[in-house]
Design a protein around this ligand. Structure first.
Ligand code: G6P
Length: 588
């Protein structure tokens, strides 16, 4: 969600904090702020993107904290932007303080007035109240009365050169480099500045200065477990593309190649054994990763004939899921930081299930929690809307399904996956033609995506992508279900995208196409069956290369990602930073 950075060292803090916030902007971009501490605390805040904070680089001091916000409590105004300052303290917070109302009332009853509507400001008030000359001790006292989730970084005017930190259910990472010590909510902010990192765990505190990092859990001091920060973890800019979204779609073939490395390790073999032995397989995820999980269910059931159940992670906990030590729970998440997916994985562990994380960020909270981690190796994804990570998630999940199938004597499905990178390359090329469809969508009031079997999953993902980046209301539907309600919404000119990659279900999908055409829809077809390209009455058609039907979502999603991209441009939207959304949703 929000992004946090901090620095204590020899250099001026503000320019380093600004650069870190720029790298974290994908976590939220409605407002930002920096506080530094020289003789006193100085703060600069802005609304809108981090670039609006450029003037803050002039702030003095070699110690400071910064924040880029995704609003939860209170509108995205400068007053609500972090850092929040009260008395001697400046605070940046990521997460949600659930007992904020009660705490705020208590402070107000003491005559304290608040300058923002946020839940976070109360932390600065409590610090001022509970400070007895030791910043870290004050933070521990405050943390003991907070309910909810937090990653916190705090400055105290009485203790120059120090930053105190606390983590509970919201990611926070320490970093050390040649210039001093750093902190961030996410590793990308530290790339280039740090040589080593150390993620904090829930319940841990830390204090950083120019020369020292101390960590503790309660009263117990712990020594930081420093891990090397690999070079190359940063992204290399847009590489000549107009937007990250376009660049990342073009990177799908390479991401697919790298995702295949996961299948060769010892971890993969262990996971396969776990899945073969499991009595039930459950997949939990959010957003696009949820759609990847739906496609994986289809693969586990079709190829391996193993039942697999998929649940939106935010619902999992509240369904009181039936799990045991014979259950395998696959938690799928690009970031590995999504609060709902983490909570679902935690519950699964508590109930004895084996938890397997399928993540793009291998050093994430989810992998720290899971029994096993399978990295998808898609490379850093900057655009908020997931594209290459979706296809790489599919690749790893399909490889798993194929290997479970193989263990049961259903051979050959794994080999078919080796063709995906080159087929994806052809698909990106062919998919560009959807650029010509964009004007039909740009002027529409809504759009619909239909398909059957695995194509129904592609329809869901195509629709999600379109609404995320172009703000055009849209629905994805199993084609056969359309006539049970959604058909009522089709009128003259409504764009309908039909996905058709299954020969077996082709005629059935085409029936739905005819039904929408008869009501005036403009139909756009994405198909791997060239015979249907000549169908009468289509407004547009893209033919993608054929592949095994079960794996087709990995290819068919590509033209739909491109369609979302072109429609976003046609509607004047920034596809990389859709309004109201964030790449990493670390609140429930
Ligand atoms: C956010 C992003 C989506 C993403 C979802 C799950 O909503 O905007 O693109 O699919 O979170 O994220 P995860 O990192 O768990 O895959």
């Amino acid at each position: 969600m929000c992004g946090i950075v901090g620095y204590a060292g020899k250099r001026r803090a503000a320019p380093l904090l600004y650069a870190g916030l720029k790298r974290l902007e994908y976590r939220g971009y409605d407002s930002a702020g920096i506080a530094t501490l020289a003789e006193k605390i100085e703060v600069k805040k802005c609304t809108g993107p981090v670039a609006n904070l450029r003037a803050a680089v002039d702030l003095k001091g070699t110690c400071g904290i910064g924040h880029t916000r995704w609003a939860t409590h209170g509108a995205p105004t400068a007053a609500n932007a972090h850092p929040h300052v009260y008395g001697r303290f400046a605070v940046v917070h990521n997460g949600i303080i659930e007992n904020d109302r009660a705490l705020r009332k208590m402070c107000e009853a003491r005559g304290e007035s608040f300058s923002s509507e946020t839940d976070s400001e109360v932390i600065a008030h409590l610090l001022e109240r509970l400070y007895r000359g030791d910043l870290l001790e004050a933070l521990k006292r405050v943390a003991s009365v907070l309910e909810g989730s937090y990653a916190l970084a705090v400055l105290c005017a009485d203790e120059p050169g120090k930053i105190a930190l606390a983590r509970e259910k919201s990611p926070l990472v320490l970093g050390r480099g040649k210039l001093g010590n750093f902190l961030a909510s996410d590793v990308p902010a530290l790339v280039g500045a740090c040589l080593e990192i150390c993620p904090l765990r829930d319940g841990e505190f830390a204090l950083i200065t120019e020369s020292e990092v101390t960590m503790s859990e309660g009263e117990r001091f712990i020594s930081p477990d420093w891990l090397p920060l690999e070079r190359g973890r940063g992204e290399s800019g847009k590489a000549g593309h107009a937007h990250y979204m376009e660049k990342e779609i073009c990177e799908i073939p390479a991401a697919l190649c790298r995702s295949r490395e996961t299948a060769s390790g010892a971890v993969f073999s262990r996971v396969r054994e776990e899945l073969c032995a499991a009595k039930n397989i459950r997949l939990v995820a959010c957003g696009t990763a949820y759609h990847a999980s739906l496609a994986a269910k289809y693969a586990f059931e079709k190829l391996a004939r193993v039942p697999a159940e998929v649940t939106v992670a935010s619902e999992f906990r509240y369904q009181d899921p039936i799990l045991s030590e014979n259950s395998a729970v696959i938690a799928v998440s690009q970031s590995g930081e999504t609060a709902d997916t983490l909570a679902a994985a935690k519950l699964a562990k508590e109930r004895g299930a084996k938890v397997i994380a399928v993540v793009n960020e291998a050093r994430s909270s989810l992998s720290a929690l899971a029994d096993e981690t399978l990295p998808i190796n898609a490379g850093r994804e900057v655009c908020v809307a997931a594209t290459k990570s979706y296809v790489a998630q599919l690749s790893v999940l399909y490889t798993l399904a194929a290997s479970v199938a193989e263990a049961q004597g259903r051979r050959g499905y794994g080999d078919l996956l080796s063709e995906l990178p080159s087929l994806a390359r052809e698909t990106v090329k062919a998919g560009r033609a959807v650029g010509g469809w964009a004007p039909h969508f740009a002027a529409a009031r809504s759009a619909y995506f239909i398909g059957r079997g695995a194509d129904a999953v592609t329809a869901l993902e195509g629709s999600l992508k379109l609404k995320e980046v172009s703000y055009l209301p849209s629905e994805g539907y199993p084609a056969g279900e359309l006539k049970h309600g959604t058909l009522a919404l089709i009128e003259e000119g409504t764009p309908v995208v039909a996905v058709l990659t299954s020969q077996e279900l082709a005629e059935k999908t085409m029936n739905a196409v005819h039904e929408t055409r008869a009501r005036g829809a403009k139909v756009f077809l994405v198909t791997s069956i060239p015979a249907y390209a000549g169908e009468k009455g289509l407004t547009g058609c893209v033919v993608i290369p054929p592949c095994t039907e079960v794996y087709s979502p990995a290819l068919a999603a590509i033209p739909l990602q491109l369609l979302a991209y072109y429609v976003a441009l046609a509607r004047g939207c920034d596809p990389d930073k859709p309004r109201n959304l964030a790449k990493s949703v670390t609140v429930e």
